[in-house]
Design a protein around this ligand. Structure first.
Ligand code: SF4
Length: 350
């Protein structure tokens, strides 16, 4: 019988790392600032302490890591977990900022019709350490220190609001000054529109991370066509939760809108979207749909995206078009699904 893996060190909040005072701070530094991959490398810790740690706590969440590099510089990381399941993160080294898109689940139960991850179905929730570990692994793979990655989006595989507690624990580790020390303004949680989760997030006063809502349609009929689980929360409920969130936090909300030809790109839908957003401080990201084999949808034409954009702008909506990176590596929004580039591609973008 195979022994169960040791508990994962990264699942612990930094305050609970299993060493006292000064030694705890040293351990945190090795893990989160230097990003070392083994206890042996932690040479400021006595050898017997390193041996004790190695006997009690697993440092590496992943059994295997593969990378797929896109011509535009972004990199898809495919992680194999100890139970054999797989999930992905995407690293986007923009000129002025290094950004990572992490997964919160293996697969996703939301089943958005335009998303390759949704077509996989749900595997399981990731633990906090399996979420945070994606950053450490990417930093190691890129030869940089973990803290050089300054921007993070919970926008990979999975619906973060349906793995709420583990995602919040991961966020607390990301922001902790002795862990990754990220700025709350540079961490964004994306949801397909779980109203209860949006309200809970508004109450997390110590976190202050940003919120993005994947609305994708302003009318119920279209939304239910492309987000089958969307029926659990009506657009009215989502918008009310967004307004309540903003009243409580004062933070601007990003609205994600994947442009699907002939489905949600009609100008009457742009009018309705503008109406829905009245009074809400928001920014709309129009995202041309990224193709994946087996998808029944195609992206709106450039002309239609421009017309949709122009109408929103005329109505006073703050809007931009987001050009996805990593399409040739299967790493763009909606493409994450564990396949190698050239076969079916994979990754999400809730
Ligand atoms: S778009 Fe996001 S929420 Fe929807 S199926 Fe894909 S990963 Fe899940």
């Amino acid at each position: 019988m195979t022994a169960a893996p040791l508990p994962l060190l990264l699942d612990l909040h930094p305050d609970d790392f299993p060493l006292p005072g000064f030694r705890r701070r040293q351990l945190l530094e090795w893990v989160y600032q230097h990003g070392v991959g083994s206890y042996e490398q932690m040479h400021t810790l006595p050898a017997e302490l390193r041996a004790e740690l190695a006997a009690g706590w697993r440092l590496n969440p992943f059994d295997d890591i593969e990378t797929f590099r896109s011509d535009d510089g972004s990199v898809k990381y495919l992680f194999t977990l100890p139970d054999g399941r797989q999930m992905e993160a995407v690293y986007m080294p923009y000129l002025d900022r290094k950004t990572i898109c992490v997964s919160t689940m293996v697969g996703c139960p939301a089943r958005c019709a335009f998303c390759a991850t949704g077509a996989m179905g749900f595997g399981r929730n990731l633990t906090p350490g399996e979420i945070v570990g994606q950053i450490l692994a990417v930093a190691g793979g890129e030869g940089i220190e973990p803290r050089e990655i300054r921007n993070l989006v919970f926008m990979g595989m999975g619906e973060a609001m349906l793995n709420y507690d583990n995602t919040m624990q991961a966020a607390r580790i990301l922001l902790h000054p002795q862990a990754l020390g990220m700025s709350k303004r540079r961490v964004t949680l994306s949801t397909v529109g779980i109203a209860k989760g949006i309200r809970r997030l508004a109450e997390e006063d110590d976190l202050g991370i940003k919120l993005a809502i994947s609305l994708h349609a302003p009318d119920e009929e279209t939304r239910q066509q492309i987000i089958p689980t969307g029926g659990a929360n009506s657009i009215d409920e989502i918008m009310q939760a967004a307004r309540d969130y903003q009243a409580k936090t004062g933070r601007r909300i990003t609205m994600e809108y994947t442009m699907l030809r002939g489905i949600n790109d009609h100008l009457w839908q742009a009018e309705l979207l503008a109406e829905r957003l009245e009074g809400l401080v928001s920014h709309v990201n129009l995202i041309p749909m990224n193709p994946w084999p087996g998808s029944n949808f195609v992206s709106s034409t450039e002309e239609q995206i421009q017309a949709f954009y122009d109408l929103l702008e005329e109505r006073g909506v703050d809007v931009s078009v987001r050009r996805s990176r990593g399409k040739d590596a299967g790493a763009a929004c909606g493409q994450l699904a564990l396949k190698r580039p050239g076969a079916a591609q994979g990754h999400a973008g809730a």
